[in-house]
Design a protein around this ligand. Structure first.
Ligand SMILES: [Zn+2]
Length: 261
């Protein structure tokens, strides 16, 4: 072994020992999450038809639907106790897909396809429909405050850098996450099973804490989407295949029952 390569092995060994010190290298700060989220939100706003901005919002009992969605969002966002920490915005995208998503930083979007499904299921019971919608929005808010995207991103980066070290590569891979990556991740619901459960749990807590929504709406909403996914599977984006919806429904119902005790 030449002197030079021995030296590089010492360097690599020292680098591996220093792992805890670079563990925070890829932490995405709240400020950065808000910046990336804002960039992604601008893309969404540009390429989508936003109800209440690009097209007139239909009225429900005389109130524009975009205002209703925003009102529910604001109520639940305030119940997080972190309202000022994030850039919460709530908008409706005109699209038949059954979907809703959150961008890092607090930019939350609900599709008209989802609102339509809720309306059909609630069958003129406005309170029931409103509680189910609160379930979806509370779930998405929890993805934001739980910083689920940022944590997934950090662990992905650490894994790829760790691999680079093991393979003896010199430079860390590019740490820049593209806006396209965030959009793909958020819109197609690529969260882990654990984060989906956490988002359901968090949503129920927010509904309860706000004092304005019946947490049973979360269970009703999951049941409704489970049913809708059989009728229109190609439009169903929101329910990821993991965890199984049956398990989510059972878990949500257990959590709601605990609140009543
Ligand atoms: Zn989710």
């Amino acid at each position: 072994m030449s002197k030079r390569s021995a030296g590089s092995w010492v360097f690599l060994f020292a680098f591996l020992l220093s792992v805890p010190s670079w563990a925070g290298l890829f932490d995405v700060s709240v400020k950065k999450q808000k910046e990336l989220g804002a960039d992604a939100a601008r893309e969404i706003d540009k390429k989508s038809t936003i109800v209440g901005e690009d097209v007139k919002a239909p009225l429900i009992k005389g109130k524009p639907i975009d205002q209703i969605v925003r009102g529910i969002g604001e109520d639940l966002a305030r119940a997080t106790g972190e309202y000022d920490k994030w850039d919460f915005t709530f908008k409706i995208i005109k699209d038949d897909q059954i979907n809703a998503f959150a961008l890092p930083g607090g930019y939350i979007y609900v599709y008209t396809g989802l609102l339509q499904s809720l309306k059909v299921e609630a069958d003129h019971n406005l309170l029931k429909g409103r509680d189910m919608l609160a379930g979806v929005i509370g779930h998405e808010i929890t993805h934001v405050t739980g910083q689920h995207w940022a944590k997934q991103y950090e662990s992905d980066m650490k894994r790829s850098v760790g691999l680079a070290v093991i393979l003896g590569a010199t430079g860390a891979s590019d740490a820049v996450q593209t806006v396209a990556g965030i959009l793909n991740y958020s819109q197609s619901q690529k969260y882990s099973r654990k984060d989906e459960y956490r988002a359901d749990d968090g949503g129920i807590k927010l509904m309860d804490k706000s004092g304005k929504y019946n947490p049973q709406g979360m269970v009703d909403m999951l049941k409704m989407l489970d049913k809708a996914s059989e009728d229109t599977p190609s439009y169903m984006v929101w329910l990821s295949s993991h965890p199984e919806t049956d398990d989510r429904i059972k878990r949500a119902q257990t959590n709601v029952n605990k609140l009543d005790d």
